[in-house]
Design a protein around this ligand. Structure first.
Ligand code: OOG
Ligand code: NI
Length: 438
């Protein structure tokens, strides 16, 4: 998919080189501590996320089956209607520690909420157009069924499956509608035209992970890439939390309409960079949401939003010890000094994780946030749909409806971090009881 996207959107290749260069410079800094162990470094180069938008419940359910073969499961529910984008979303990603290590790729997947189009005739037309398309190849569907029936695929079939599944995400320069229909859909919401007018859910961006998004944001214009005005998410910190993102504006691409001689243009595909920090607990996330809200509420024209964000976020502790002691961020626990760990276990001292950490026998390593942020996602959508601040839809999140369309519940992302933390503690505790080191 990465190779395909690089061919389709050459600027993506430029972005990848830029990010690789910045990451190397960061890794070469003498003060690199904590967050990036050898494993994290190793997966940096492969780590990216992508995004697609589907039109119907059946398409979403099909996508869920395809990704399941790839070991990717729906995690989290994101309601973007409150931000004026008529979709709700989940992210397909690996869920276990081991799977995440092998490949942390995820796909942010949005389902269009046609019920939010007020114009009933247009809504019905969009539904009719969508009902006629098949976004999967027949071979992909055949192999999908084989996988589900046999519980796996042969190496040869797996190769064919990957090749066929890729077709679903390809860009098509030919719209499936005429120019007039495209414009009507576009006028209802640009996103609706993007989802409804084409043969399938083209991948609309792929996002490499950078270790220094401020440097990347600054370097983008120098490489001829037009960056979005500000970075989404928390401000720059010593210990980054959650997710910071920036993007370059969507390409204007030529398209041909059904039956029309005149060609048109469509803007949908863009580039994005992200910097990932620590996963936050429910308490940490509540604090993040409250501070973000405060920064947005206090927005006064003229004061730079970055400065405001930074000052409001002073209330968010920025040292690992406080983050851990106040239960704001997630950590995984590992033996740091095996001899000391063993000596403490043998001394008959009863199990106390805090004592082991303080004694330097056990290390607390921050868990990386593997998910997305709804406010940031809305900002990314907006900057790439162009135009003014859209009005919010008068809609509520519809998680149950989304899960019904998906054909399964979404995983709770916080619960996954809790499991990862607890599993690491369980391993240590067992080793301690057996007076061994893990
Ligand atoms: C998805 C936008 C959200 C992110 O990284 O938050 C997103 C889209 O434009 O389809 O990709
Ligand atoms: Ni993205």
């Amino acid at each position: 998919m990465s190779e395909m996207y690089r061919r389709e959107v050459p600027q993506y290749g430029t972005l990848l080189s830029l990010v690789a260069e910045i990451n190397q410079a960061v890794l070469d800094r003498p003060d690199q501590e904590g967050l990036f162990d050898a494993e994290e470094r190793q997966r940096l180069g492969v780590e990216r996320h992508g995004a697609i938008r589907v039109g119907t419940a059946a398409e979403l359910a099909g996508i869920a089956r395809i990704f399941k073969v790839m070991g990717m499961h729906p995690v989290g529910y994101y309601d973007l209607s409150v931000a004026g984008v008529p979709v709700h979303s989940t992210a397909f990603r690996p869920i276990g520690d081991e799977a995440l290590k092998i490949n942390p790729f995820r796909v942010f997947t949005s389902l269009l909420r046609l019920e939010l189009i007020p114009d009933r005739a247009l809504r019905e037309r969009a539904e009719a157009i969508l009902s006629r398309r098949q976004i999967f190849t027949s071979t992909a569907l055949e192999l999908l069924t084989r996988h589900e029936q046999q519980g796996g695929l042969s190496v040869d079939d797996a190769e064919i499956f990957v090749r066929e599944a890729l077709e679903t995400f390809r860009w098509h320069g030919e719209a499936t509608v005429d120019g007039a229909t495209y414009r009507e859909l576009h006028d209802a919401h640009r996103l609706i035209a993007d989802v409804v007018s084409f043969k399938g859910p083209h991948i609309n961006h792929l996002t490499p992970r950078t270790l220094d998004i401020d440097a990347a944001q600054e370097a983008m214009p120098r490489c001829g890439i037009e960056a979005k005005a500000s970075i989404e998410g928390p401000p720059h910190r010593r210990h980054s939390i959650l997710l910071r993102q920036t993007s370059f504006t969507a390409l204007s691409e030529p398209i041909r309409f059904v039956g029309d001689i005149d060609a048109g243009t469509h803007t949908a595909r863009f580039g994005e960079i992200e910097q990932r920090g620590m996963a936050l607990t429910r308490e940490g996330r509540a604090l993040y949401d409250r501070l973000l809200d405060e920064a947005r509420r206090d927005a006064t024209p003229g004061s730079s939003s970055a400065g405001r964000l930074a000052s409001v976020f002073q209330a968010f502790p920025d040292d690992l010890r406080t983050l851990r002691h106040r239960g704001l961020a997630f950590f995984r626990y590992e033996v740091k000094d095996a001899a000391r760990f063993k000596a403490m276990a043998e001394s008959g001292l009863s199990w106390d994780l805090e004592v082991l950490v303080e004694a330097g026998a056990v290390a607390a390593c921050p868990l990386i946030y593997e998910d997305f942020l709804p406010v940031s996602a809305a900002g990314i959508f907006r900057s790439n749909l162009g135009g003014a601040e859209p009005k919010a839809y008068d809609a509520r999140g519809a998680k149950a409806g989304f899960e019904a369309a998906l054909g399964m519940p979404v995983h709770d992302e916080i619960a996954l971090y809790e499991q990862a933390r607890d599993a690491s503690v369980t391993v240590l505790k067992r080793a301690y009881a057996q007076e061994q080191y893990a």
